[in-house]
Design a protein around this ligand. Structure first.
Ligand SMILES: Nc1nc2c(ncn2[C@@H]2O[C@H](COP(=O)(O)OP(=O)(O)OP(=O)(O)O)[C@@H](O)[C@H]2O)c(=O)[nH]1
Length: 406
């Protein structure tokens, strides 16, 4: 089979790479055919664009580069125009693929994907030759329009055809990971969580800390989320099940919604998202004092968008942080099935969300103490990783200057 790449309009965008290659951060590349959904993914996950608004996105004509710098997530995401061949002589593929962490290839599953598979093959084999350490991730995207059976069949077919093509080319050692995704549900966040976790060097340490926290506090499942993107950057080693992940992820929205309604407690003293709800009544129900501190709780009712059956939330509590400087928002949602969702803010960018049985939450003094230890450990790991990143960047700048002068 001949895997030729389409050539069109290269000259229009030939100048767009040069000004993009200067940053030394690890890169995530978003590639795929035109209209496969690359820009939509970037805007929805990293820009908080409502999925329906992506209908009006215009075609990308030059590389869109975005710096994502938040806690442990520290990279650049590049959204490529679908119509360009970055392996031809016009571009320096070493410059483009040399420092790439992950190459994400998006396939429109609602369309005929024969052409997309040719492009995928051409892209991964070309990029692998330049940089064998890239992780290759394939998003079988727009699956919201497909039945469950059809989704599985599509994934199987794509995997099979790519496996055969790589084997024919004796490149079966190239490993591709496949995800079924849509911007209209949690699947895109789940996929990005897994992709980004592969790039976080501190992941084993964070997982260990979460394991210790869970086993010492009677917590069934814990996720460390990046608040803005809803990407979980680590979880404990018990298996991730979609309903629990969706509940935890939805909790971030619940808290943000409540914050939007009630505002920040004291903007003059703190930029932390504390939720000031004292003396407020909602739906005629009085807000109660929280058991942990001088906070308050509120009935919130069930929330759509992914909550699992029989687990609609029936109460959410928000505790005021003891001091504005401590910036420690926390929140509690009791589920109908007797479980509890407990959220604690680690810092402005990270929240810990735990799922546990209500009986175990009775010992929340212990949980709070363990959380403090966890938080201190995470802060130390974070400071260490920042120091190391800064040192590495300084080193690479010095290396670059030396190689230029020789
Ligand atoms: N049904 C569905 N439509 C989607 C999804 N993601 C993106 N789309 C739609 O796909 C269309 C194309 O999306 P874009 O993000 O512009 O595609 P692109 O790959 O960036 O296209 P180019 O910039 O031309 O390379 C838009 O109308 C989106 O609304 C999805 O998960 N499900």
């Amino acid at each position: 089979m001949d895997y030729d790449y389409l050539h069109n309009n290269d000259s229009e965008i030939a100048d767009t790479v040069d000004d993009q290659v200067s940053s030394d951060k690890p890169r995530i590349l978003l590639m795929g055919l035109q209209r496969s959904g690359k820009s939509s993914i970037q805007r929805v996950v990293f820009g908080k664009m409502p999925p329906n608004d992506t209908l009006y996105l215009e075609s990308t004509i030059k590389i869109q580069k975005e710096d994502i710098t938040r806690s442990f997530i520290d990279f650049q995401i590049w959204d490529f125009p679908g119509q360009v061949n970055y392996f031809d002589m016009t571009y320096d593929s070493q410059e483009i693929f040399g420092t790439v962490g992950a190459l994400i290839f998006v396939i429109d599953a609602q369309d005929d994907y024969g052409e997309a598979l040719h492009r995928l093959f051409y892209t991964v084999t070309g990029a692998f030759r330049v940089n064998p350490s890239i992780t290759f991730e394939v998003l079988i995207h727009k699956v919201d329009g497909l039945s469950d059976d059809y989704k599985i069949d599509t994934q199987r077919d794509i995997q099979q055809r790519m496996g055969d093509a790589l084997a024919d080319a004796q490149m079966e050692h190239i490993h591709l990971t496949y995800y079924l995704t849509s911007i209209y549900d949690h699947s895109i966040y789940e996929a990005f969580s897994k992709i980004i976790q592969k790039l976080i060097r501190e992941l084993p340490t964070l997982e260990n800390l979460l394991n210790v926290l869970c086993s010492n506090s009677g917590i069934d499942k814990a996720y460390l989320f990046d608040t803005l993107t809803k990407i979980y950057i680590a979880t404990d080693s018990s298996p991730v099940d979609m309903p629990s992940y969706e509940l935890c992820s939805d909790m971030i929205d619940v808290v943000i919604d409540i914050e939007c309604i009630y505002g920040v407690a004291d903007r003059t003293q703190s930029s932390s998202p504390e939720i000031g709800m004292d003396d407020t009544r909602l739906d005629g129900r009085e807000l109660m004092q929280s058991p942990t501190s001088g906070g308050s709780s509120m009935d919130r009712g069930s929330r759509g968008g992914g909550a699992s059956e029989g687990s609609s939330s029936d109460a959410a509590q928000h505790n005021r942080a003891p001091s504005p400087m401590e910036a420690e928002a926390s929140s509690l949602i009791k589920l109908d099935n007797g479980d509890v969702l407990y959220m604690r803010e680690v810092n402005r960018l990270l929240v810990l969300i735990c799922l546990l049985r209500q009986d175990n939450f009775e010992k929340h003094g212990l949980i709070d103490y363990n959380f403090q230890c966890f938080k201190e450990a995470v802060t130390e790991v974070f400071e260490f990783s920042q120091k190391r990143n800064t040192q590495q960047r300084q080193l690479s700048v010095t290396d670059g200057q030396e190689s230029q002068s020789t």
